[in-house]
Design a protein around this ligand. Structure first.
Ligand code: HEM
Length: 423
């Protein structure tokens, strides 16, 4: 067992039998032993829901996840992509193109693809490096600090602003609201904890969250021309689309805005945070980064280990079988990307960190499906460049305490990590 493996297991506090429907099962980190047991014993596992929901299939093996994700005719995104069941009215009010199947999905996706393609994103490298260099210099003015606040959080927020085309002054507000949306089960991010209080009043809002109301208002301001947005940014471009490119209705635009604010921020933050956590656990990793030989592969290895969006849901459109189990029409099928990413049938030493892993067929971006992450190239660029800037400045990073993890079975991440650096 590698040093890093021990660290991950220690962080999981997991006896192999935790309830995947319970957000509290994730407060000590991902319950990797539970996933490991399921992959070995019952890879497509019927999972009752602790809140009285109708239950779901947990798909935990790499192969079965790829099979389901590649077949959207049978495993559809068109009835919601999170475990929560929605009425048809709630679904229609809250859905984005991510909650649709082809051919409907294709129009928006085709319009957005060029702005997020690898060449388009690589044009931001200089900008990203400038921002990352400022962030690192500011953080390293001190020897001790919280690595998530000082290093992981800022770059995704700043780049989200550039991509959307919104003023920098609005970013703290957007990040706070994005955190509240995606962290709707975590008391550190919201008072309206979705599984603890009555959220009926917000059932037509993204993530059943009151933060959705404020983000909708912001998006309305953009539509009304009351916000000073960059004409080259994605919001202005979407609003300027013609009929052929696919004009978004007002409600679709508001939901699209919320999707980007939620998806473009925490996920990359938690990937960087996982990398920093790993650096504190194994000094050899920083030494390896400093050699400069693993920059093509290291970001994806950290993203594989982080798997910040642990699952997305599909719904069976017909009776089918998966991994030898009979799935009924209408059943909820949860693709646990976070589990597929530790499947020993695909990854040697799956809990270990191999910065030179190549190929690295991880599923953290929803690989194998039509909803493959739009922000994948941006996330990879940000992870690489901030780590390059860190590796150029420090010779060691030591944890001063335990990391704290998000309370969520949807988004996993290190929320805080006190560190001391050595120059
Ligand atoms: C490491 C960081 C990230 C991870 C792990 C991640 C993960 C994912 C995953 C797993 C999906 C597939 C969802 C599904 O199958 O239903 C997805 C889709 C998506 N992601 Fe990301 N994401 C990241 C960063 C970003 C960023 C930076 C942005 C935007 C700036 C973004 C925007 C989106 C959008 C718009 C979709 C929906 C695409 C579609 O439905 O066609 N993501 N992401």
């Amino acid at each position: 067992m590698t040093e890093a493996h021990q660290a991950i297991d220690a962080a999981a506090h997991d006896d192999g039998h935790l309830d995947l429907s319970d957000h509290d099962s994730f407060t000590g980190g991902v319950p990797h032993r539970t996933f490991e047991r399921l992959r070995a014993e019952d890879a497509v596992h019927w999972t009752p829901e602790c809140d009285g929901g109708r239950g779901f299939w947990s798909v935990t093996g790499h192969k079965d996840i790829m099979t389901a994700n590649g077949n959207n005719a049978v495993f559809s995104s068109g009835q919601g992509i999170r475990i929560e069941d929605q009425s048809h009215e709630e679904y229609m009010a809250r859905r984005t193109f991510q909650e649709t199947d082809p051919p409907e999905h294709r129009l928006t996706r085709r319009f957005l693809n060029p702005a997020f393609s690898r060449p388009a994103i690589m044009r931001y490298e200089e900008l990203v490096r400038g921002l990352a260099s400022e962030i690192a210099a500011e953080a390293f003015a001190r020897d001790e600090f919280d690595a998530v606040e000082a290093l992981a959080k800022k770059l995704p927020m700043m780049m989200l602003g550039r991509i959307l085309g919104v003023p920098d002054a609005d970013l703290p507000f957007l990040v706070e609201k994005g955190d509240a949306l995606i962290g709707n089960t975590d008391p550190d991010f919201t008072d309206t904890i979705v599984d603890k209080v009555d959220t009926e009043a917000y059932r037509f809002m993204p993530f059943r969250s009151p933060a959705g109301v404020e983000l909708y208002d912001y998006a309305q301001g953009v539509m009304d021309g009351k916000k000073d947005v960059d004409p080259e940014g994605i919001l202005a471009r979407v609003l300027g689309a013609n009929d052929e490119q696919g004009v978004m209705e007002a409600q679709d635009f508001k939901n699209f805005f919320c999707l980007l604010v939620a998806a473009g921020n925490d996920t990359t933050r938690y990937s960087i945070a996982m990398a920093l956590y790993q650096l504190t656990q194994n000094p050899n990793l920083l030494a390896q980064l400093k050699t400069g030989t693993v920059w093509n592969t290291a970001p994806d290895e950290f993203i594989r280990l982080a798997s910040p969006t642990m699952h997305f849901r599909r719904t069976a459109t017909e009776e089918t079988t998966l991994g030898g189990k009979r799935i009924a029409k209408g059943d909820k099928v949860i693709l646990w990307f976070v589990s597929g990413n530790r499947d020993k049938a695909v990854f040697d030493d799956p809990h270990g960190v191999n910065l030179a892993r190549d190929p690295n067929p991880h599923l953290a971006f929803g690989q194998g499906g039509v909803h493959l992450c739009l922000g994948m190239w941006l996330a990879r660029l940000e992870v690489r460049v901030i780590l390059e800037e860190i590796a150029a400045r420090v010779s060691g990073m030591e944890a001063l305490g335990q990391p704290s993890w998000t309370r969520s079975n949807f988004i996993c991440g290190v929320k805080s990590l006190p560190v001391r650096i050595r120059r």
